[in-house]
Design a protein around this ligand. Structure first.
Ligand code: NAP
Length: 358
C-alpha cells in the first residue's frame, strides 16, 4: 500500500443535522479539509430557510465564514446537491432520512445509531475493520438502492474498540467489564440541564447507551467472511455515567484475555499497533491511533482530549487486574474521534479505495 492520491478538486459534501453538536464539529473539521468541501447544510424545519450562522447556536471558536452564509435546507435529497452526505442527525430523524438519501443514490456516512447493527451495514473503524466495507455491494443488492449507508460507532464504543483492538489482535479479548465517564457534549446541545450536572454525576444515559457498548464492539472486532460479519466472541458488561466534563469520554476497563499477557506485554501490543491503514496517510488519520501514557494519573480529558488532533485514543494505567487479567483506562474525544472525525476518516478511506462515486 502507498499513500492515497488526493482528488483533483475538493469534493462537495452535505452535512445533515449540521446545526447540532456533532454537525458543528463536521463544519469545523471540514472547513480546511484538503479533499472535501461543505456545499450544503441541512437540519430540521426549525432551522430550514435560515442562514447557517442564524440557525446554529455555535459552540466553539469562530464559525467558518463561508458556511455561515449557506442557507439551511430540510433533509430532503432533492435539496442537498451533493452525492456524499455526513449525517449528524438525531436518531428520531435518521431512520427515514438516511434511508431516503441512500435510496436517492447518495452515500450516507452516519453517526446515528439506527443502522449500525444491521447485518448489511458496515460499522467502520478504518484502522480496525476496513474489510467490512465489502458489505456495501451486499447492502445495495438487498435494499435495492444505488447509494449506501456506512456508520461509525457510538462515541464511547469508539474509545473502547480502539483500545481493545490491539489487545484483541494480539491476545484475544474474551470478557470486558467497563465503566464510562462521559462528557456533556456527548448529549448534544443543549443537552443535560446545568443544575442537574454541575458538581454531580448521573449514573444513567438514555438511548440504550449501555446496550450499544455491549453490542457494537463485537461487530467492529468481528470477522468478515463469506459475505457477513461474524461477531467477536466476547462478553461485555457496561455501566455508563454522565460527568461534568466538556469533551472526552473516559472508559475504565477490566479485560479477560484468551492468552495471558503481562501489563508490559499488553503495553507493547498497544504501543506498537499502527492499525490497518497507516500506509495510506489519510488526511484525518492520526500518526498513532492509540497513544500509551505511563504517567500514573493520565489520561485526563482536560490534558489529553486533543491528542492526534482529537483523533487518537489515549490509554494509560495498564496494570494487572486481580479478578480478570488486565486493567486500563482509555479516553478519546467524543465529537471528533467518536463522531465527526470518525465519519470523515471513513469517507477518506472510501475515496482512497475508489468507493466514492463522484
Ligand atoms: P444535537 O446537538 O441534538 O443535534 C441534532 C441535530 O439533528 C440538529 O442539527 C437538529 O436540527 C437535527 N434534527 C433533529 N430533529 C430533526 C428532524 N426531525 N429532521 C431533521 N433534522 C433534525 O445532537 P448531537 O449530539 O449533535 O448528535 C447527533 C447524532 O450523532 C445523534 O444521532 C447522536 O446519537 C450521534 N452521536 C453523537 C455524539 C456526541 O458526542 N454528541 C457522538 C457520537 C454519535 P435543528 O437544530 O434544526 O433542531
Amino acid at each position: 500500500m502507498t499513500a492515497a492520491a488526493s482528488p483533483q478538486r475538493r469534493i462537495p459534501v452535505g452535512v445533515l443535522g449540521a446545526t447540532g453538536a456533532v454537525g458543528q464539529t463536521f463544519i469545523r473539521l471540514l472547513a480546511d479539509h484538503p479533499w472535501f468541501e461543505v456545499a450544503a447544510v441541512a437540519a430540521s424545519e426549525r432551522s430550514s430557510g435560515k442562514r447557517y450562522r442564524d440557525a446554529a447556536h455555535w459552540l466553539s471558536g469562530d464559525m467558518p465564514s463561508r458556511v455561515g452564509d449557506l442557507i439551511v435546507t430540510v433533509c430532503d435529497p432533492a435539496e442537498v446537491p451533493a452525492s456524499i452526505v455526513f449525517s449528524a442527525l438525531d436518531s428520531d430523524a435518521a431512520q427515514e432520512v438516511e434511508a431516503a438519501f441512500a435510496r436517492a443514490g447518495k452515500l450516507v456516512l452516519s453517526n446515528a445509531r439506527n443502522f449500525r447493527m444491521d447485518a448489511d451495514v458496515p460499522l467502520l473503524i478504518p484502522e480496525v475493520n476496513p474489510d467490512h466495507l465489502a458489505l456495501l455491494p451486499i447492502q445495495r443488492a438487498a435494499r435495492n438502492w444505488s447509494g449506501a449507508i456506512v456508520t461509525n460507532s457510538n462515541c464511547s464504543t469508539m474509545v473502547i474498540a480502539l483500545a481493545l483492538a490491539p489487545l484483541h489482535q494480539a491476545f484475544g479479548v474474551e470478557q470486558l467489564f467497563v465503566t464510562t465517564l462521559q462528557a456533556l457534549s456527548g448529549a448534544g446541545y443543549p443537552g443535560v440541564p446545568s443544575l442537574d450536572i454541575l458538581g454531580n454525576i448521573i449514573p444513567f444515559i438514555g438511548g440504550g447507551e449501555e446496550e450499544k457498548i455491549e453490542s457494537e464492539p463485537l461487530k467492529i472486532l468481528g470477522t468478515f467472511e463469506r459475505g457477513a460479519v461474524t461477531p467477536a466472541c466476547m462478553r461485555v458488561s457496561a455501566q455508563v455515567n454522565r460527568v461534568a466534563v466538556e469533551h472526552g469520554h473516559t472508559a475504565c476497563m477490566s479485560v479477560k484475555l484468551a492468552t495471558a499477557a503481562t501489563p508490559e506485554e499488553a503495553t507493547h501490543a498497544l504501543r506498537s499497533w499502527t492499525g490497518a491503514i497507516a500506509e495510506l496517510a489519510l488526511p484525518s488519520a492520526p500518526a498513532q491511533p492509540v497513544i500509551v501514557t505511563t504517567e500514573r494519573d493520565r489520561p485526563q480529558p482536560r490534558r489529553d482530549v486533543n491528542a492526534g488532533n482529537g483523533m487518537s485514543v489515549v490509554v494509560g494505567r495498564v496494570r494487572a487486574d486481580p479478578m480478570l487479567d488486565l486493567r486500563l483506562v482509555a479516553m478519546g474525544h467524543n465529537t471528533i474521534r467518536g463522531a465527526a472525525g470518525a465519519s470523515i476518516l471513513n469517507a477518506e478511506l472510501m475515496f482512497a479505495r475508489g468507493l466514492l462515486a463522484i
